[in-house]
Design a protein around this ligand. Structure first.
Ligand SMILES: [Zn+2]
Length: 244
């Protein structure tokens, strides 16, 4: 059964949009792993913490849902089903990066599109890794169709969020801006709507992990993502006025 939680019930204006936030991984799928002192930290937990913070910052103006509100296993297809059931206007998947190079650091924002970047392919193989064989082929075909339809809006959404992160996070924390990049993430394609995937920072870098674990940083990060989402929705409203 699909369990969806509307975080805060407020009578919304007709201009309100439906935003679906997707904390990456969950349950048996821990995502990337890091160590802080003696504590083991999982990507799935950081992603959920961040998603909840972002949700609380946009829920006064828009309907915000999470694909999962607690630690549970959730297939990529199920996440897309939720987007479909809610008729979500946008989908934002939240992740934490990892690299075998301990020094790798910084934040990056992905939107769904084709590319030839080998470094990005590595990240994709990690985030897409629950799929194999026939499933993968089907998803590749689907991805081609969806890319054509959604890339423009996904890029605009990515630009809006990344711009706020550049202003708010890069300077304040002297954090490396790894850029706004195209990537083929199946979870984005499967949702069939404007969608971005955020990599907050690197769990494999002890210094950066300490930062992204702190609630002060998380608040600032969430604040900027929320501002970016709102900025995108404002443009959307101007381009496509409501019917009433
Ligand atoms: Zn991930």
């Amino acid at each position: 059964m699909l369990k969806i939680l509307l975080l805060f019930f407020i009578p919304f204006q007709l201009s309100a949009y439906t935003i679906l936030l997707d904390p990456g991984h969950g349950g048996e799928d821990l995502g990337a792993q890091g160590v802080l002192g003696k504590e083991k930290i999982s990507e799935k937990d950081l992603a959920l913490e961040l998603a909840k913070k972002i949700a609380s910052k946009i829920s006064k103006k828009h309907r915000v849902y999470l694909t999962r509100t607690y630690d549970k296993t959730l297939a990529l297809e199920k996440r897309a089903d939720i987007a479909e059931k809610l008729s979500a206007d946008i989908f934002v998947s939240i992740h934490v990066n990892a690299s075998t190079r301990k020094g790798a650091h910084g934040f990056e924002t992905y939107y769904l599109d084709h590319h030839k970047d080998a470094a990005v392919k590595k990240i994709e193989s990690i985030e897409n890794r629950n799929l194999k064989g026939e499933e993968l082929v089907v998803h590749q075909i689907l991805t081609d169709l969806i890319v054509d339809r959604t890339t423009k809006s996904s890029r605009l959404l990515g630009q809006a969020i990344h711009k706020k992160l550049q202003r708010g996070i890069k300077r304040k924390y002297n954090m490396k801006d790894r850029g706004l990049k195209p990537g083929l993430f199946y979870v984005l394609a499967l949702t069939k709507r404007p969608a971005v995937l955020l990599e907050i920072g690197f769990i494999s870098n002890a210094k950066e992990l300490k930062r992204i674990k702190s609630s002060k940083f998380q608040d600032h990060y969430a604040d900027n993502v929320a501002k970016g989402i709102m900025a995108y929705l404002k443009v959307l409203k101007k381009e496509k006025p409501p019917l009433f």
